[in-house]
Design a protein around this ligand. Structure first.
Ligand SMILES: [Zn+2]
Length: 87
């Protein structure tokens, strides 16, 4: 499970940075809790604590409605055509 190792360190990044308020305009910090397809990452993967995960979720939803973060990413933008070399 190579993919799981990416999130193995289970501590809350926001607690460590002592962040009490997550700004919805701070997309860089929100991105930590977003997958590459801009889905909100579950707490079991990011290791965020409940308090901060709730804050992040609210901020992401706000950022989405303010069009700072996309709701969905189309498949073309994420996956490079796998059939490109199969001619
Ligand atoms: Zn926390």
């Amino acid at each position: 499970m190579a993919e799981r190792r990416k999130y193995k360190k289970r501590y809350c990044k926001y607690c460590e940075a002592k962040i009490d308020f997550i700004d919805y305009k701070d997309v860089a910090s929100l991105k930590y809790s977003l997958s590459e397809r801009y889905k909100i990452m579950p707490r079991r993967l990011t290791g965020n604590c409940k308090r901060h995960q709730d804050m992040v979720t609210i901020s992401i939803k706000r950022a989405r409605s303010a069009a700072l973060v996309p709701y969905t990413v189309s498949r073309k933008e994420v996956v490079v055509n796998p059939f490109e070399n199969m001619k």
